[in-house]
Write a protein that binds this ligand. Structure first.
Ligand code: ADP
Ligand code: ZN
Length: 438
């Protein structure tokens, strides 16, 4: 078989580091000036620090700039951070509102082009070309998933199936009839599509799918293996957020060991979320992005609240772009239960190591008096459902002890019937924290 094109933009994706720094320096200097001149909100933040654009001469000066947070975006809603006149903007998208009031982002045609270009890089890195049929089942509309991958798929020249999410049996029917080879959706929806495929009596041999591009929510390596098994594909991660355009800020290559950040458009930093101090390469901390090419909504030093690690270790794919690890969750996804920090992804990782647990789980936290209660509902597989009480009890005990050894606290494990936990067609709801209602 002829080797497929591995890069969408080789010059950029494999650019020597010194050249990339030069490009970033030029773009950063121009961007800071653009923002200072056109966004009074940010100009005020800079003035408070006694800064003018002249103080920012290269990426080494980045740390001098103030951070922007989601609170700033909500403060400035809707137009306060706009850097172009509205007549130059052609699109609005919005966050999913996972963690509170939605924020909106604006795009000029140039911004849409660069966003779709980033998504095209992700599709090509996953083995996509104009010979592919790309089924996009991220939600379309204000959510960035559908429009972003749709645009990227067009750029690559794939035959694009703009399915949006939902109606899972129809998704599978189209997948079979039209021979979809690439699937784009959230990982939780991919798992659900895989499960439905099997429930309909099919196997991966009945479909042509070869790769999936999944993101928009945290997912573990174990979840990756489960999806790869259910659908018979290679599952690639993609990351992004509405504030920085949408998916495609970073994407995985065939090595599947983290996501290359499109550094010609975004400068990434890792900071200590408590002190704001910039941390050295390899440290775990909060990811901060500066967008150096966006016109309408260019955020400088935007705090994503996503926790991950950056590495510049050489990648076998030949790309020189820095890689970020899978975000383990956001600072505000983190639960504090009985004083202990708990990320849902830690629990997912334990569950998917068990052969009879499924990727369907829910964490229920409550407070009785002054004590937190911590319960995990885990759906068991069909096979296990018909097993003896003893084997079911053993599974429950094993999960309980593994959770305790990882988190240091005990959770009540409740094994529930197959198909009893609601499935997600977009971002999965893993946590029910009843304490917030008090
Ligand atoms: P909201 O913040 O309301 O969910 P978005 O739809 O813009 O709005 O989602 C962006 C967020 O989704 C990111 O900040 C991150 O927390 C999460 N996310 C996106 N892609 C990934 C991914 N591949 N892995 C983990 N989390 C992701
Ligand atoms: Zn790589």
């Amino acid at each position: 078989m002829a080797s497929e094109k591995r890069y969408w933009n080789k010059e950029i994706e494999c650019m020597p580091r010194e050249e990339m720094i030069k490009l970033q320096n030029e773009r950063l200097v121009a961007q800071v000036k653009h923002v200072y001149d056109n966004v009074p909100y940010y100009r005020e933040l800079m003035k408070k620090r006694g800064l003018t654009p002249d103080d920012i001469r290269s990426i080494d000066d980045l740390h001098k700039l103030p951070f922007l947070t989601k609170a700033d975006l909500r403060d400035a809603y809707p137009y306060g951070l706009l850097a172009k006149p509205l007549e130059d903007c052609v699109r609005i998208q919005s966050t999913s509102g996972t963690t509170g009031k939605r924020v909106v982002a604006f795009y000029t045609q140039h911004d849409l082009d660069l966003w779709e270009d980033c998504c095209a890089r992700a599709i090509v890195a996953a083995g996509g070309s104009n010979k592919d049929v790309c089924q996009v089942c991220y939600g379309y509309g204000l959510f960035t998933g559908g429009p972003g991958l749709n645009g990227g798929s067009h750029k690559v020249g794939c035959l694009t199936l703009p399915m949006s999410s939902g109606n899972t049996e129809r998704q599978i029917q189209f997948m079979m009839d039209l021979g979809s080879t690439i699937l784009c959706c959230t990982p939780s929806y991919a798992a659900y599509i895989g499960e439905t495929l099997h429930d309909m009596g099919y196997s991966p041999d009945d479909i042509k799918l070869k790769a999936g591009i999944f993101g928009a929510e945290p997912w573990t390596e174990e979840m990756r293996h489960e999806i790869e098994r259910l659908l018979g594909i290679k599952a690639y991660d993609i990351y992004g957020l509405t504030e920085t355009s949408g998916p495609g800020v970073s994407f995985e290559c065939e090595e599947q060991t983290g996501m290359h950040i499109n550094e010609d458009h975004f400068i990434a930093e890792i900071i200590d979320p408590d002190t704001g101090e910039v941390l050295p390469e390899g440290s775990k901390g909060e990811l901060v992005f500066t967008s150096i090419t966006k016109e309408a909504f260019p955020l400088l030093r935007y705090r994503t609240r996503d926790i991950c690690v950056l590495t510049r270790e050489k990648c076998s794919c030949g790309r020189t772009l820095v890689k970020m690890s899978k975000p383990m969750g956001r600072t505000d996804d983190m639960l504090i239960i009985k004083g202990v920090n708990v990320f849902p992804s830690q629990i997912e990782s334990v569950l998917l190591k068990m052969s009879n647990a499924t990727p369907n789980y829910q964490i229920v936290v409550d407070r009785v008096g002054t004590t937190d209660t911590f319960e995990i509902l885990v759906e068991i597989s069909d096979d296990m459902f018909s097993d003896t009480v003893k084997t079911v009890e053993e599974l429950s005990k094993k999960i309980s002890s593994d959770i305790q050894s990882i988190l240091g606290i005990r959770a009540k494990i409740k094994l529930v019937e197959p198909k009893s936990i609601p499935r997600s067609e977009g971002k999965a709801v893993r946590v029910i924290d009843k304490r917030k209602l008090v």
